[in-house]
Design a protein around this ligand. Structure first.
Ligand code: XMP
Length: 189
């Protein structure tokens, strides 16, 4: 797997520092509140697992599966499948967490749906932010790292379902980034 990597953008040590910084910001902001953290699957699971263990605040975790249909690395239509119970969202402070903010469509849709389900307030937190790729206006409340416009894998992020287990964030060699056929994917985008 490591020989598929062209370049490491964020090392394990840097990830540790970035997450600890954001965990501190979140603790200062939400210290006294009972939060519901809504994790967007699949990509955010590694980030969420590391993040919540650095948050000494009362919280619950709920999940929403965002399935997009894409060709290669370009995003397409989006479906959301919720596992959150009504009382986990309604009337509560919600923090939506995703692996990467790209076009902004996923987070915008999940935030809208949280409000539609009665959330008292909705904040957003991403591991990576790719501001150059934005298609809808969206600024995350919390972000660990800003990255350039390059397709990345590792630390939960996949290509064709693989590479999520890499402990760093990296760009693939072009020969491993070749686009596959257009198909609905269970693994999100
Ligand atoms: P949007 O466009 O809705 O996209 O902000 C967010 C989702 O798109 C996927 N995405 C990537 N996945 N490497 C990946 O493995 C990338 O560089 C990348 N850029 C976008 C990702 O699943 C994210 O949640």
């Amino acid at each position: 797997m490591h020989d598929h990597i062209a370049r490491v953008l964020i090392t394990e040590a840097e990830i540790e520092v970035g997450i600890s910084r954001v965990a501190g910001e979140l603790t200062d902001r939400f210290g006294g509140r009972d939060l519901t953290l809504v994790a967007i699957l699949k990509g955010s699971f590694v980030f969420v697992a590391d993040l919540i263990r650095r948050l000494p605040v009362p919280l619950r975790v709920a999940f929403v599966w965002a399935e997009s249909y894409r060709e290669g690395t370009a995003p397409g239509a989006l479906d959301l499948f919720w596992t959150a119970r009504e009382d986990e969202i309604a009337g509560r402070s919600v923090l939506v967490v995703d692996d990467i903010l790209d076009s902004g469509r996923t987070l915008a849709a999940v935030r809208r749906e949280c409000f539609a389900r009665g959330a008292a307030e909705v904040h957003t937190c991403v591991f990576l932010d790719k501001p150059e790729r934005r298609a809808v206006e969206f600024i995350p409340d919390f972000a660990c790292f800003e990255i350039e416009d390059v397709f990345v894998v590792g630390y939960g992020l996949d290509h064709a379902g693989r590479y999520r287990n890499l402990p760093y964030v990296a760009a693939l060699k072009p020969e491993f980034l070749a686009s596959s056929a257009v198909a609905p994917r269970g693994a999100r985008p």
